[in-house]
Design a protein around this ligand. Structure first.
Ligand SMILES: NC(=O)c1ccc[n+]([C@@H]2O[C@H](COP(=O)([O-])OP(=O)(O)OC[C@H]3O[C@@H](n4cnc5c(N)ncnc54)[C@H](OP(=O)(O)O)[C@@H]3O)[C@@H](O)[C@H]2O)c1
Length: 228
């Protein structure tokens, strides 16, 4: 499948690399291709410059958000949550029309320092904002509740643990569940929470995820829902 991954950070790189390794034709989207390729320093949390990553992932083409949006039959939003609406505008609504739009973003607001707060919560969610802004896209929220390495390698965390999906379009969710299976998620661990409104809870888990990160000192953990 032709997949556009919007976002050049760790989440975008990890998903793009993994989809490419599974035979998909992947473009990764950015605001300014030349500017992104010109970065030569590691970022503030030690991630290598994009150009270095691309040297090891030369099958993934870097494009503008608009060109990547045009390329993808399915589009993944892996941009900073506070900028996702702007990034998707740049990808152009007509490039999203009728397509599955997989939203893995979290609306983290770092403006008041650490830990970040959520810029949208309780009565709304980033995924709902995206669905309202792009009504012709089929938004499916998933994978935002774990670290990028866990998204593409669930077996890296021992035992059974769960990934959630939420969205209005049943066929779009089936497409996304198929992609999740390709990434290694077992059917019994893919929990369909229903409509896009359920993205609120998925996004509001982030404060707990951040607290757990402080406790464990590493990001390779996940949720397992245990039932009677
Ligand atoms: N990292 C993880 O393990 C992880 C796990 C779960 C969920 N997520 C979520 O996935 C998303 C991506 O996370 P990340 O850590 O990979 O990277 P990030 O630093 O949160 O986002 C990087 C991307 O956001 C774009 N961006 C930033 N400001 C922008 C603006 N003003 N306008 C348009 N685009 C803008 C950047 O564009 P340029 O390419 O042009 O710089 C870049 O592509 C976030 O929402 C995050 O919460 C991440």
């Amino acid at each position: 499948m032709k997949i556009a991954v919007l976002g050049t950070g760790v989440a975008g790189r990890t998903l793009a690399g993994s989809f490419t390794g599974r035979g998909h034709d992947v473009a990764i989207g950015t605001r300014d291709v030349d500017a992104t390729l010109a970065i030569s320093e590691t970022d503030r949390i030690g991630n290598a410059p994009f150009s270095q990553w691309q040297g090891d992932n030369s099958d993934v083409r870097l494009m503008t958000f608009a060109d990547a949006g045009a390329h993808g039959e399915l589009v993944v939003n892996a941009t900073a949550g506070g900028a996702s609406l702007a990034a998707l505008e740049a990808a152009r609504a007509d490039n999203l029309t009728g397509k599955v739009l997989v939203d893995v973003a979290n609306a983290l607001d770092f403006s008041q320092g650490m830990p970040p707060t959520l810029s949208v919560a309780n009565t709304d969610s980033l995924a709902e904002q995206i669905q309202r802004a792009f009504p012709e896209a089929k938004v499916v929220k998933t994978l935002n509740t774990m670290n990028a390495s866990v998204m593409v390698n669930p077996a890296g965390v021992p035992g059974d643990h769960d990934v959630f999906v939420a969205g209005e379009d049943a066929d779009a969710k089936e497409t996304v569940k198929g992609l999740l299976r390709e990434l290694g998620w077992k059917d019994g661990n893919i929990v369909d929470l229903g409509g896009i409104r359920s993205a609120r809870g998925m996004e509001m888990y982030l404060p707990l995820w951040l607290s757990l990160m402080a406790v464990y000192g590493q990001p390779s953990y996940n949720i397992k829902v245990v039932r009677a």
